[in-house]
Write a protein that binds this ligand. Structure first.
Ligand code: FES
Ligand code: MG
Length: 568
């Protein structure tokens, strides 16, 4: 620690000798708290991290990160990703630390931490808290989130009552840790490992396992070595590392939130990454991880079958990823995963026997939006048979729009018989993007009206400018940009419009003449009705500084601050 800081830290309770010893000071960015139960186990794990740091000759300083709990924050957890990023940049940059351990887990905590580490660019390593144990109900696996969508349908169909609903959902959350499905948390922690920002083999270890404690200790040891070697995020987060991560995202059946967060991290480290890269790099990679919502199993099974190394080892040997990139343990990716393979070929399939042959995201455009994504791996045979089975045009379908202005409007009207929904309806959610519903609401996977579910129609095509939970198996068209609240095409669509989706041409359009659209645009005035007033200062600030989903929904003015530790 530099002399400048010595007197300021004497009241921390460490000796003058220690402070003057020039040992590296390692921050532990603590994201766990009672507000963030998914990450709460980090409070325990941080003790093992400290022991590692101490044993390797460093001094640990633990500090809090602005909390983000996916299921608890209103109006959206997305709103706080950039706030957490901002405050973490200030902490890492403004206080004396030579390296930092990022404690990641619940959906937005992972990108917030990696974005901040990218901006500041001091030696950094991520420690995942780990997923929850498998959930079980009457002998069947119940996965976080995924069971909620199923139970929601069962409740609407009258198959269970509210008590039954709660019982089913509670069964999916048996322990500490993040969501045990391939939702956004398992996705982002896996991609963090794929990028090389955490120790190999670490992402999938369930939170309560002994191995997780050991991993915390090793992470503490390693960050001190990283400081000694001056191994910075910019050495690891190269464009090739991001392209590898996109390919891993296809192979694991990762969340539709991944492009938003990875593009955001890339922008803060100064790597050029766009949705076109997602489409190009991800398209021909098979889905091999058989986890809910696309498949059957849950997080404990994923770990038992070999976790991320078993996926990356296969991709590497097939020439689908680049093994030369450097990772947090100082080795190349090829050194880490060269021989790794699945140990349960039903949970992590061999590449030659995948769940789906190509599992990337498709990027659509048209007069509704410039960009929106659709996750191909979750299109069910039932959905395909209902909507994509026209022999003359098997990749296209048309339907009639039913438009909702935000999630409250949807909840108020979805079961109203006056809605007039039938199996050719397309449900549209607008006013749910990063500006309209600040941070972007996870609401595009809309269940059909109860009456249709009772008639056997369990899914309607959904489209919108919001996000959806990575735990949802709905093949929605989502993350549309520009969103309705900033005047995107979705602001013009009306209930009753014909909508045509063509997956081969990658288009989504209102079948409405251009003159009529021009009339509708001219009639738009003032702040749109589907943008509720800001309720807090940050909501208003966020609306003025945040970009659209395709650019990572980052604070645009923050992008120019890069590698700032090198200037302090
Ligand atoms: Fe925190 Fe799913 S709600 S990981
Ligand atoms: Mg989520």
């Amino acid at each position: 620690m530099t002399a400048l800081y010595v007197e300021r830290y004497l009241n921390y309770g460490i000796s003058l000798e220690e402070l003057q010893s020039s040992r590296p000071i390692i921050g532990i960015a603590q994201t766990g708290s009672d507000l963030v139960p998914c990450n709460r186990h980090h409070i325990e794990l941080a003790k093992r991290v400290r022991e590692g740091i101490r044993d390797a000759g460093g001094i640990a300083i633990e500090f809090p990160v602005h909390p983000i709990q996916e299921t608890g924050k209103r109006p959206t957890a997305g709103l706080d990703r950039n706030l957490s990023y901002l405050s973490l940049v200030e902490s890492i940059y403004g206080y004396p630390m030579d390296g930092v351990v990022l404690t990641i887990g619940c959906d937005k905590t992972t990108p917030a931490c990696l974005m901040a580490a990218a901006t500041v660019n001091i030696p950094a390593i991520a420690l995942s808290v780990g997923p929850m144990l498998n959930g079980w109900f009457k002998g069947e696996r119940t996965g976080s989130g995924t069971i909620v969508w199923k139970a929601r349908e069962m409740l609407a169909a009258g198959q269970i009552d509210y008590k039954g609903f709660v019982e089913l959902v509670a069964s999916s959350a048996p322990s500490t840790g993040w969501c045990n499905t391939m939702g956004t948390a398992t996705t982002m922690n896996s991609l963090c490992e794929a990028l090389g920002m955490s120790l190999p083999g670490s992402a999938a270890i369930p939170a309560p396992y002994r191995d997780r404690q050991e991993n915390a200790y090793r992470t503490g040891l390693r960050i001190v070595e990283m400081v000694d070697a001056d191994r910075k995020p910019s050495d690891i987060l190269t464009r090739q590392a991001f392209l590898n991560a996109i390919r891993v995202n296809s192979a694991i059946g990762g969340s539709t939130n991944a492009p938003i967060h990875l593009n955001a991290i890339a922008r803060h480290i100064g790597v050029d990454l766009t949705l076109a890269d997602w489409e190009e790099q991800g398209a021909d990679v098979p889905l091999i991880v058989n986890l809910q919502p696309a498949g059957t199993y849950l997080a404990e099974d994923f770990y038992r079958a070999g976790g991320v190394p078993a996926v990356m080892g296969q991709l590497l040997r097939a020439g689908l990823i680049d093994g030369s990139v450097l990772t947090a343990n100082g080795q190349t990716l090829a050194d880490n995963v060269g021989t790794a393979d699945t140990t349960d070929s039903d949970v992590i399939r061999p590449l030659g026997d995948p769940l789906k042959a190509s599992a990337g995201l498709t990027v659509l455009s048209g007069n509704l939006f410039d960009h929106a994504v659709m996750k191909l791996s979750v299109i069910s045979p039932d959905f395909r048979a209902r909507y994509l089975s026209d022999p003359d045009d098997p990749e296209a379908f048309e339907g009639t729009a039913i438009v909702f202005d935000g999630p409250e409007d949807y909840h108020a009207r979805i079961d109203d018989p006056a809605l007039g929904a039938d199996e050719r309806s397309i449900l549209i959610m607008r006013g749910a993007g990063p500006i309209g519903y600040p941070g972007g609401a996870e609401v595009v996977n809309m269940r059909p009206p109860s009456a249709l579910i009772q008639a056997g129609i369990h899914a309607l095509p959904c489209l919108g400018d919001g996000r959806q939970s990575g735990t949802s198996g709905s093949p929605s068209i989502l993350n549309a940009a520009p969103e309705a609240a900033v005047g995107g095409g979705l602001a013009l669509v009306r209930t009753g419009d014909r909508i045509r989706i063509d997956l081969r041409r990658r288009t989504a359009d209102m079948q409405v003449p251009a003159e009529e659209l021009a009339r509708r645009r001219a009639a738009l005035q003032g702040p749109p009705g589907y943008m509720p007033p800001a309720q807090t200062p940050w909501q208003e600030i966020h609306r003025n500084i945040t970009g659209q989903f395709e650019g990572g929904a980052v604070i645009e003015l923050a992008v120019k601050y890069q590698r700032i530790a090198q200037t302090r």
